[in-house]
Design a protein around this ligand. Structure first.
Ligand SMILES: CSCCC(=O)C(=O)COP(=O)(O)O
Ligand SMILES: [Mg+2]
Length: 263
């Protein structure tokens, strides 16, 4: 780790790859890339699992909650056709809270990346951050390297299955302090799923940077494949606790262990 700081202080890029990566925008996945999977699975998800019913009781009448409940009701109608554990969401308040809680807990256990469920998780986590129950985990190499990239006037964007609200909470309340100042923009599954090529094309259009000039970092092979198909440069990130990668994917996209390797 001391070598990271040595290189940052002297501003000498660390080259563990044989080729330098040229990019004009950086697009980052969160979980498994700059944040540990353990933080999401062992802290954030259990908090949402435990508190979803309580949150709905306390915020049921708010317009934001009602919009999400309507989206979840439509989603449940679709999902119950193929998933017997999903229940139809009934109209009366108490039954509605019971049904939403049941479905959300089921989806959390299966790590489903369902947009309205992710929106609700973000609202539940807001309280956890505000009360200091959680702090957004980021690996120690992340902030120093992002500062160097920001100094090079390269914009840094986030693309996560977590809602934009949840992303901003994580970075505003991170173990490294408020990181939102160095982040240019955020994307979630409202732009499309991370395994779909069209999502990356849309991000390229929205940020006004050609696909080939964007570097996307992720821990998930399907995301690297989709981004690569769209024409983005990609690297797979290997972090402690991440799922194992196939040799084929490692060869196709290349791997890094810390953000130092993209400088
Ligand atoms: C935005 S913090 C919560 C992360 C989350 O809910 C999630 O599903 C992580 O997905 P990612 O796309 O960042 O791997
Ligand atoms: Mg990830």
């Amino acid at each position: 780790m001391s070598s990271i700081f040595f290189h940052i202080r002297t501003l000498i890029p660390v080259m563990t790859n044989t080729t330098t990566i040229q990019f004009n925008a950086l697009l980052l996945d969160i979980e498994g890339t700059i944040t540990s999977i353990s933080f999401v699975k062992d802290e954030l998800f259990p908090y949402a699992f435990e508190n979803v019913g309580k949150y709905l009781e306390e915020h049921y009448d708010k317009p934001a909650t009602q919009i999400i409940i309507e989206d979840l009701r439509r989603l449940a109608e679709q999902q119950l056709e193929t998933d017997a554990a999903v229940v139809k969401i009934r109209e009366p308040k108490q039954e509605c809270i019971e049904d939403v809680t049941k479905n959300v807990r089921h989806w959390i256990k299966r790590d489903k990346k369902l947009t309205p469920m992710k929106a609700l998780q973000g609202l539940i986590w807001e309280e956890a951050y505000q009360r200091g129950y959680v702090k957004g985990h980021v690996y120690p190499d992340v902030l120093p390297i992002l500062k160097i990239i920001e100094n090079r006037k390269i914009p840094i964007y986030i693309y996560s299955s977590g809602s934009v609200h949840a992303q901003k909470l994580l970075f505003a309340n991170s173990v490294e302090g408020d990181m939102t100042k160095i982040l240019y923009g955020y994307f979630d599954t409202n732009i499309g799923l991370k395994g779909e090529t069209s999502s990356y094309t849309k991000i390229s259009e929205q940020i006004g940077v050609p696909e080939k000039d964007i570097l996307f970092l992720t821990d998930v092979e399907a995301e690297a494949a989709a981004a690569s198909k769209a024409g983005l440069q990609t690297r797979l990130v290997i972090r402690p606790g991440n799922a194992a990668l196939t040799q084929e994917a490692k060869n196709a996209y290349g791997t890094i262990h810390t953000l130092e390797e993209i400088l």
